[in-house]
Design a protein around this ligand. Sequence first.
Ligand code: NAD
Length: 330
Amino acid sequence: MKIVFFSAQPYDREFFTRLNTLRFELNFQEARLNEETAELAEGADAVCVFVNDKVTGAVIERLAEKKIRIIALRCAGFNNVDLEAARARGIRVCRVPAYSPEAVAEHTVAMLLALNRKIHKAYNRVREQNFSLNGLLGSNLHGKTVGVIGTGNIGKVFAKIMLGFGCRVLAFDLIANRDMEVLGVEFHPLMEVLRADIVSLHCPLNEQTRHLINTETLGMMKKGAVLINTSRGGLIDTNAVIEALKTKQLGGLGIDVYEQEEKLFFRDLSEHIIKDDTIQRLMSFPNVLITAHQAFFTEEALSQIAITTFRSIDQLGQNGNLTDQAALLV
Ligand code: NAD
């Protein structure tokens, strides 16, 4: 079976090649998947895509013409794939539902700690032999209230870590989780969870959650609260967040995902002129920390992504079904 990887980075090549125990034929393409680059899938049985490959109905038409049978997402989120179009063309779609929730949850905590204790500023300051503490005052996480929106695989791990820090954890999900309540997490309506000192987003991006954080919900938040988003950029109305940072309604922002990230992330643009004024404005705030979709990026997660993706492609290719039902989308 031949698999063409789109948006392939050197680390994708390294991990998928190393863990290719089933000896699939692997072809790595740097290009994002779109209507033009779909040509590169010629002769393949499966394509493997990542978060910023836009697998639209038109792209699926091209893939169907090339007799592609499987679209394998090497990520958990699947908001970038037209599942109905895939179903209509008989193409199976799978994802990696939970490769390492700890990787993303720990990165969320890293962002929160860095922002809260101004580590990003301290790092640069000390390197310039400025050993002054003025302007680096932080606050304890212990005793603070943390609001977790979405208590699935990642939100659950994040909530547990925050409980370990001695925080009070409030959570909102469509379904309250009894096991988490036993641990001490309190489930409340969204409006109450938004009033926490720290709010962290761990729900998927869909029509209900798009711009969940907007002018109105930012207005419900506690003045000076910290917002962390390691889920999907579209959960936040970025312009509304910029206004809230300007008025200090928002006291800090940590984002690993950004609404317009597909034009920027996963590339070295250090020699280019960035035309996106919104991200430039965000980067100008001292209390904003941005990482470029790296929350998943650990050894453990990359290994698990490769293992699960190969297993799903193998099972779909052999008998058309998956033992892990959560991995099967179509
Ligand atoms: P998951 O499916 O296990 O959990 C999502 C939770 O959100 C579920 O409990 C679900 O009930 C809840 N939810 C759904 N709609 C909601 C709503 N309207 N309001 C509140 N809660 C709602 O997913 P997960 O593995 O925990 O991943 C969460 C998100 O993190 C993914 O959708 C993905 O977008 C993102 N993610 C980011 C990275 C990264 O590197 N930054 C890596 C993996 C996943």
